[in-house]
Structure formats: structure tokens, C-alpha cells
Design a binder for this molecule. Structure first.
Ligand code: 13P
Length: 246
């Protein structure tokens, strides 16, 4: 079964539109149950989605559970709301100053709260052109997943989303075969470091109904993290139908 994560990002702008979008997912999902569907709406709409039949992800969280941290949302709050996954380290947040050190704290906190992180990693165009892709990914994985001794990796499950920065929102998606090789590199690295982690690797970056099949056909691509296409109703139905056939 393939996983589809719908990252709404900072969309839509009204509750009415959000509910309509969520109901559309619900309706389509009835027909396409052979998909592990995870929806990541903005925080303010999570409550509207909690009684629907797919899983929920938050797009971010803080690394502490409670206290005087104005404007932050804790993993424990998310867990208590029924959220199961948290996207961490998205390049749009890294570009706003989120460091690997902060991402690592968030990952530890998410795992400690028995939620599943969806860790985003990826290289910029410049890094790719300089032949540094694997070095960048290895560096991000090492720093972001440096787990403290008191956190046993036994029975931990984690999603990694390989999202080349240059492919996000540009229409310039990665060649699926190249993505497959990159996923293999990530998988091998994780298994070497954390042999008892259950890891699934998603591809993200300009995925739509026209190209998703080429990604899902690849052995090491367990699913997709979809941004722009995830808030277009006509795309949602097609994407779910294709993912359902695996
Ligand atoms: P797009 O699908 O809009 O390129 O966004 C990908 C992404 O960033 C998902 O997290």
C-alpha cells in the first residue's frame, strides 16, 4: 500500500473552503481505501478533520509539551487531538531559519509522544549542480536523527520525505528513476544507522496526477508528499485513484 500525504501548506484561507476540501477527501477516500491517506491541513483546521476517516498530520510543532511558549503548538496537544503524524524540517521552514538542531529536538519530542515524524530532507539546485546531493542528505539525516540514549529506536516508525528544494512548487520534478536511487541511498543509510527503525520514504516536489504513477512505480518510493495538487479537487480524485491501484 502506498502513502499519500496531502500538505495543504498555508491554504485555504477560510474554514468553509477547508471543510469543503476535507469533505472532498472523505468522499473520494471511500472509493480508494487501498491508500494510506494522511492529510496535513493548517493547525486551525485540524479539529474539523479529526472525525473523518483518514489520518491526520500537523505541518509543524514545538519541541516541548507545555509551558510559556507563546504561539507554539506542542506534540502532546496534537496527540490529544488525535493527530498521528507531524511534518518536520520542511524546506520552507528551513529557509525561515529552522536549524538541524531544532529539527532534531522536534523529532525526539515527536517520538517521545509516540507520534510519527515525517522528516523532510532535500538539496538545493546549487548543491545538486556541485555534486553534493548525497553529502547534503547524509548531513541532514545525521543531524536531524541524532537520537538521545534514553530514546530507544526499537519499534519506532518514521517517514522520510525526499523533497529536492528545486522541485518544490516549480513544476520541475525530479526524474523518477533518479529519485528512486536517492531513496535507496536514504534507506540504506537509515538501516545502517538505525537498523530497527521502520522507515518509509516519500517523494515530494511538483507531484501531480500526470506524473505520480511514474514515481509510485519505483521500488524505493513508498508514496508521495503532495503540495500544490493536494488542494485541487480534480487532482485529488485522480491521485487517489492511481495510488489505490498499487
Ligand atoms: P509541491 O507539490 O507544490 O511542489 O510541494 C511539495 C511540498 O513541498 C510538499 O510538502
Amino acid at each position: 500500500m502506498k502513502t499519500i500525504v496531502a500538505n495543504f501548506k498555508m491554504n485555504p484561507t477560510s474554514e468553509k473552503e477547508a471543510v469543503s476540501l476535507l469533505e472532498n477527501y472523505q468522499k473520494n477516500y471511500e472509493n480508494f481505501k487501498n491508500v494510506n491517506l494522511i492529510i496535513a491541513p493548517p493547525f486551525v483546521y485540524l479539529d474539523k478533520a479529526k472525525n473523518l476517516n483518514f489520518s491526520l498530520a500537523a505541518q509543524n510543532c514545538f519541541y516541548l509539551n507545555e509551558g510559556p511558549y507563546t504561539g507554539e503548538i506542542s506534540p502532546l496537544m496534537l496527540k490529544n487531538l488525535g493527530v498521528q503524524y507531524v511534518i518536520v524540517g520542511h524546506s520552507e521552514r528551513r529557509q525561515m531559519g529552522e536549524t538541524d538542531e531544532i529539527i532534531n529536538k522536534k523529532i525526539q519530542s515527536i517520538l517521545n509522544n509516540e507520534l510519527t515524524p515525517i522528516l523532510c530532507i532535500g538539496e538545493t539546485k546549487e548543491e545538486k549542480l556541485k555534486g553534493k546531493k548525497e553529502e547534503v542528505l547524509k548531513n541532514q539525516l545525521e543531524k536531524d536523527l541524532k537520537l538521545e540514549n534514553n530514546l530507544s529506536p526499537v519499534n519506532k516508525s518514521i517517514f522520510i520525505a525526499y523533497e529536492p528544494v528545486w522541485a518544490i512548487g516549480t513544476g520541475d520534478f525530479c526524474d523518477p528513476e533518479e529519485a528512486n536511487l536517492t531513496h535507496q541511498f536514504i534507506k540504506e543509510f537509515i538501516h545502517y544507522q538505525f537498523f530497527n527503525f521502520d522507515v518509509k520514504i516519500l517523494y515530494g516536489g511538483s507531484v501531480d496526477s500526470k506524473n505520480i504513477k511514474n514515481f509510485l512505480n519505483q521500488l524505493n518510493i513508498d508514496g508521495a508528499l503532495v503540495g500544490g495538487a493536494s488542494i485541487k479537487k480534480e487532482e485529488i480524485a485522480k491521485i487517489l485513484e492511481i495510488a489505490n491501484s498499487y
